[in-house]
Design a protein around this ligand. Structure first.
Ligand code: ADP
Ligand code: MG
Length: 581
């Protein structure tokens, strides 16, 4: 059993360089991280200056609240951050940074000079670090704020240096990174100079709309149509250029969740789908999309550069984007002249934004005002119909294995499926419970055939657990493998998750692992852990008949016992309620 350990702890300088590999790829990532710090520090003005595309020097000057000498020293230490204190702060973080990695990472692969002065200090403080080692520290004169100069980026990591592109490409990457930050922060003055030439100068703007238009002026956007809407607690705000501006790359498609620029295939698809047939498949609109969800529904800590986020409930977010874009697009000033327009919608009267956009449009483009349903006086439904209170329904003996063959009536509240049992009554099926039952059946079947298939995470995620659980995993590291987890102990109260069960890869890995662990720690068989784990899976939302049919078919083919989530309203009973039995 006992063999000498072949593993050893890495020296901390090397750890910083490895972290730098994740956070700092090129000059543009340095600029992004440092400008995000400036924004987090409340800066109203950020000046960026590049020499040789950032390879020789990157200089960033802000007028934010600065740091004391002590804070400046701490800031250059790994995992030192002023932005979060405990795990729960991770949900709904409002600052850009929180991992405390950027400054030490950048300092470990360059010669970095930090100068900083908080508003109440008499003088500033200067700190110089080369390849992570402090080489100078002293007082200095300077205005309030922070100035960081990064010289000779990657001078001590030749492998990384080799991957740098031409000066022109690196400069354009920086400019792109800065533009993204500028779009989402309209009240901040951003300026970029490269070898002394001004490439970007965006003074503070009154609102988002002005900033977006100014930032995209050089992209040939023409008239941007503003779409605003809210669905299921998802706020959508989009600026949409005409379909003719669409391209085969996503260079001109800017998507933000909160104020964070993100890449997300499904979000991109939802946005394009909002344009309907106006944009061909495989092309992407020139557009700026802002999506806002409640903090607790958002995990931003899934990517070192935080370019990806995870929604607790992704489907409603995508649906909201699609619907808001779709329903507003017909009122776009360019809509009348767009080709391949399938329908002519009445203009929406709700959205102030679209009304404003229509006002500014050249008159010939404004669609004619047509009467719409919303113009009708709203009747009080209670006065029109007598409302019959329904007592709790008895469970049905649903005809198992043939739900998919029954006439489909509809989807209700995005959750319930209604089916007709001819001559018998109405079946109501809870789609959420059905979705979970299907998942459980699939997992149970898969487990009979051997270990569950695992899905590697892009980046391992540390999960806090109690010491007992960590020790247990340490003793039996293979115990979780049959369930599709790849984990390793990471400190006395933390476990690093590298892979999760493939069938549950849409679930948040943290509660998922806790669910599995609590069953196994209680001495239960892996198969018992499955039900715990399924409870962590996101619930299905039924948007249309297709979604419902997919569920019904799966219920049928997997032979799931549907008793627990199907209720029947008999024809006789219904007739009785109306006093006509
Ligand atoms: P993070 O942003 O994740 O906290 P960083 O390594 O980027 O980590 O920065 C570490 C800390 O240094 C920040 O939390 C902040 O307190 C401080 N800091 C960095 N840049 C600035 C700045 N421009 N102005 C004021 N404080 C800063
Ligand atoms: Mg930061």
């Amino acid at each position: 059993m006992a063999r000498p350990p072949r593993i050893a702890k890495l020296p901390s300088a090397l750890i910083d360089q490895i972290a730098a590999g994740e956070v700092v790829e090129r000059a543009a990532s340095v600029v992004k991280e440092l400008c995000e710090n400036s924004l987090d520090a409340g800066a109203r003005r950020i000046d960026v200056e590049l020499t040789a595309g950032g390879r020789t020097a990157i200089r960033i000057v802000d007028d934010g609240f600065g740091m004391t000498a002590e804070e400046a020293r701490l800031a250059l230490e790994r995992h030192a951050t002023s932005k979060i204190k405990q795990e729960s702060d991770l949900w709904g973080v409002e600052t850009f940074g929180f991992r405390g990695e950027a400054l030490p990472s950048i300092a470990s692969v360059s010669r970095l000079t930090l100068q900083t002065r908080p508003p109440d200090a008499q003088e500033g403080f200067l700190l110089r670090v080369e390849a992570g080692q402090e080489t100078d520290a002293r007082a200095c004169g300077m205005p309030q704020g922070t100035q960081i100069e990064v010289r000779d980026l990657f001078f001590n990591t030749p492998a990384r240096l080799k991957f740098q592109k031409t000066e022109a490409t690196e400069t354009s990457n920086v400019s792109e990174a800065l533009l993204r930050l500028a779009v989402a922060n309209p009240d901040v003055h951003f300026r970029l100079r490269a070898n002394g030439r001004v490439l970007l100068d965006l003074p503070p703007h009154r609102d988002l709309s002005e900033r977006v238009r100014a930032a995209l002026a050089k992209r040939g956007a023409g008239v941007l149509h503003e779409a605003v809407g809210d669905e299921n607690g998802v706020a959508v705000h989009a600026f949409l250029a005409e379909p003719a501006c669409a391209a085969s790359t996503t260079r001109n498609t800017f998507m933000f969740v909160g104020r964070r620029f993100v890449r997300d295939r499904s979000l991109l698809q939802a946005l394009s789908m909002g344009y309907g047939e106006l944009i061909e498949k495989g092309r992407y609109p020139l557009a700026v999309l802002f999506v806002d969800v409640a903090g607790e529904d958002l995990d931003v800590n899934v990517h070192p550069q935080k370019m990806e986020v995870r929604f607790a409930q992704p489907q409603p977010v995508y649906a909201a984007v699609r619907h808001v874009v779709q329903s507003s697009i017909a009122t776009a000033p360019w809509a009348a002249s767009a080709t391949a327009r399938p329908y002519s919608f009445p203009p929406s009267t709700h959205s102030k934004a679209s009304a404003r956009a229509a006002e500014h449009a050249p008159p010939r483009h404004v669609p004619a005002r047509a009467p719409s349903l919303t113009d009708a006086p709203v009747a009080n439904l209670d006065q029109v119909f007598k409302v019959y209170p329904l007592p709790a329904l008895p469970p049905s003996n649903a005809p198992l294995g043939s739900l998919g063959t029954l006439p489909f009536v509809g989807v209700f509240a995005r959750r319930y499926m209604l089916l007709e049992e001819p001559g018998v009554g109405l079946l109501m099926i809870d789609g959420e419970a059905a979705g979970h039952a299907i998942l459980l059946a699939k997992l149970q079947r898969a487990l009979l055939g051997g270990p569950l298939a695992a899905q590697r995470l892009l980046f391992p995620i540390p999960v806090s657990v109690d010491a007992v659980a960590a020790a247990w995993v340490g003793r039996s590291p293979a115990a979780l493998a049959p369930l599709g987890f790849d984990v390793e102990v990471f400190g006395s109260e933390s476990i690093l998750v590298r892979a999760v069960p493939e069938l549950l890869s849409h679930s948040d890995p943290k509660p998922l692992l806790s669910a599995a662990l609590s069953a196994l720690l209680a001495g239960q068989q892996p198969t018992f852990a499955l039900a715990n784990m399924v409870a962590c899976a996101p619930v299905v939302r039924l948007l249309n008949e297709r979604d419902a049919q997919t569920l019904l078919q799966q219920l049928d083919t997997l032979g799931v016992n549907a008793q627990a989530f199907v209720a029947r309203l008999g024809i006789d009973e219904l007739a009785g309620r109306f006093g006509r039995s």
